[in-house]
Design a protein around this ligand. Structure first.
Ligand SMILES: [Fe+2]
Length: 278
């Protein structure tokens, strides 16, 4: 079953001990080290992708828009709080977010996307890349998401909270909706606010573009690389799945953040049949 999900003609995910796989994994690691990202086109075959997309389209109406004005540091709500900073400082910056997300608990288990996300092959592959055990995010809403952008849809410049983000583009728009990033612009030691501000102000020197095609899996170190999605043009929706994995075995996100991003229905569920641990 799993072999049919991942395009094993291109990617030896089920034979990670082979010399060919070792070379492949080494190349991915080198790319991540050098560029902060690695792209795997046709990670799912065109036939699998078509079926996956047919299923996903049945639930796109369940997407919730969430916040529309967001800080580049939106997972760090309190960063810069109480500090006397000019309005031009990155910590004071607010960008436009225009997208909807389908929460994990709305994606049926029998969808090919869910099967891919839960497959041992995915975890095994990511463990080989990172050199650590890899677990699925346990959060009932955040673990697996489908991100939807209509015409004008975009994602503002931001950093991610997690160390590595795994996404699969399911449908590309007619134009726009391009992933842009400034690789390794900050580190654990240095926020590098001056360089971040330059990118926020429109400087293009550090900015790179990934023109993704549907079916491409992308591994991205979004915690250190400022990134965004440019506005979508045309009627075709940009549809992307976000697969939440972590080196931590029991990772839950924040309940308040889930309510913010997936809507009041999360608060209702948590009031009656809580899914977050006490
Ligand atoms: Fe991100």
């Amino acid at each position: 079953m799993q072999a049919a999900l991942i395009n094993t003609e291109l990617y030896p995910v089920d034979d990670l001990e082979s010399p060919a796989a070792a070379d492949w994994i080494r190349a991915i690691r080198a790319e991540l080290e050098r560029d902060g990202c690695s792209l795997l086109p046709d990670f799912v075959s065109p036939q699998t992708l078509a079926q996956m997309l047919r299923q996903v389209r049945r639930i796109t109406h369940l997407g919730y828009p969430g916040p529309t004005e967001v800080s580049p540091y939106f997972f760090n709500y309190r960063l810069g709080e109480g500090e006397d900073l000019p309005d031009s400082h990155p910590l004071r910056h607010r960008g436009k977010r225009n997208l909807a997300q389908v929460a994990a608990n709305l994606i049926p288990d029998d969808f090919l996307l869910s099967q891919l996300y839960r497959s041992d092959s995915m975890r095994g592959f990511l463990a080989a890349v990172t050199g650590k055990p890899v677990y699925r995010n346990r959060d009932p809403y955040q673990s697996l998401n489908i991100s939807l952008m209509d015409e004008g849809g975009c994602q503002q410049w931001h950093f991610d909270s997690g160390d590595m983000v795994t996404t699969l583009l399911l449908q590309q728009p007619e134009a726009g909706g391009i992933f842009e990033y400034a690789p390794a612009i900050r580190s654990d030691e240095n926020e590098n606010f001056d360089a971040v501000r330059q990118v926020l102000d429109g400087d293009r020197e550090r900015v790179r573009q990934n023109r993704l095609e549907a079916g491409t899996l992308s591994l991205f170190r979004g915690h250190y690389s400022l990134h965004r999605v440019t506005p979508v043009k045309g009627k075709r929706q940009r549809i992307q799945a976000i697969l939440g994995y972590s080196a931590r075995p029991n990772l839950y996100g924040d309940k308040a953040s889930s309510i913010l991003h997936y809507g009041p229905r999360v608060a209702q569920i948590e009031a009656t049949t809580p899914r977050y641990p006490e």
